[in-house]
Design a protein. Sequence first.
Length: 462
Amino acid sequence: MSTVNGGISFWYAQDGTPAPREPLPGDTTADVCIVGGGYTGLWTAYYLKKAVPFLNITVLEAKFCGYGASGRNGGWLYNGIAGRDRYAKLHGHEAAVRLQQAMNATVTEVLDVCETEKIEADQHRGGVLEIALSPAQLARLKDFHAAEVAFGETDRALYGARETADRIRVTGAVGSSWTPHGARLHPVKLVKGLAAAVEALGVVIHESTPVTEIRPKHAVTPYGTVRAPYVLRCTEGFTATLAGQRRTWLPMNSSMIATEPLTDAQWESIGWEGRETLGDMAHAYVYAQRTADGRIALGGRGVPYRFGSKTDNDGRTQPQTIEALRDILVRFFPQLAGVRVDHAWSGVLGVPRDWCATVTLDRSTGLGWAGGYVGSGVATANLAARTLRDLIKEDSGQSGPTDLTALPWVNHKVRKWEPEPLRWLGVRTMYAAFRGADHREATGHAATTDRVALLANRLSGR
């Protein structure tokens, strides 16, 4: 049996694509129009409708709900948020601590809503385990661990090689850091359940309805225009497809593979009984989960960016990326050298120029947006949605400021990416530098981060 490449993602191959919803039938009006039927858009619709039941909310989705990153990600529901260190510099340490605490609580919030709405998404709260595989990675791991503790994660644990092996036997692992603020889940089961919950509340979802332009009080599609006092852009890695947004967020590619189900003997040799989500401290990092049906789903960057901010065709990825991810799998677990890779796919995530996630409502125009999650969107989208809810309630006079609207990522301004070919050259050069640095760190013995990687971080604004 050969590897299936594309078909949106393994998660859809396993759970099936949803029955199509009707496209927009023509011009209409709403109180709130949400562009994008992924996690951000659906969570925003959910919380707004729960808070203000009389609101007329319309969601417009170009393909079908969860077609983008929400249906292709690694299933990491965890407390990471892009840009926290920058927010600490701009707004002070305590402001960034509040942001981190909000992210910690968001993991529980998502799991609680799943229970309330009876969404079965294979969720398992095993935390997140980040491993180090070289002296340089171990030094970064210890710095990372200390930073997380400084931002309030007093329940985080640091492990040596032996304690790490007690949790999972990754070849060459010399240490790890674990946080309880994380869970594994099935991304498509979550997005399908969320879409159903939103519709049950009375929100209207139109699929197969690409929005070509967003302007104040208007969302323009080929089938008609939705007019609404509030129009919210929740398009993450597909933002560049909108008129005037080509350079707003860069669509960064990430690719994944899923193995065949492993045998009991193979799992016994690996461990991983806690079913933690698994990452490493490489510059071109890896993320993985043990799926509910006994596979390993593992992802990484592959070819990071397509010229002109183009996106993939239904999740297809390059053969060399599949091989590279398989090589990582076997490097981690040599006993899996003969294991079949059943599925490979890719998707795009949104990367702002300063690598900071943001949530914004422009009170002068009614335009809002959230995203730029840089790969940490499964939980961050939920916090962003609750924040958009509070911003709209405040703007419409239904409430005052809240703890969420005071967080430092609210209304953060980011400059645009460079025009082509500069951004293509920049991203390709950056990831070539990171891959080279990872190779030198893996084959050398230095306990410090490769200098080329440090330079690439500074130049990229990462």
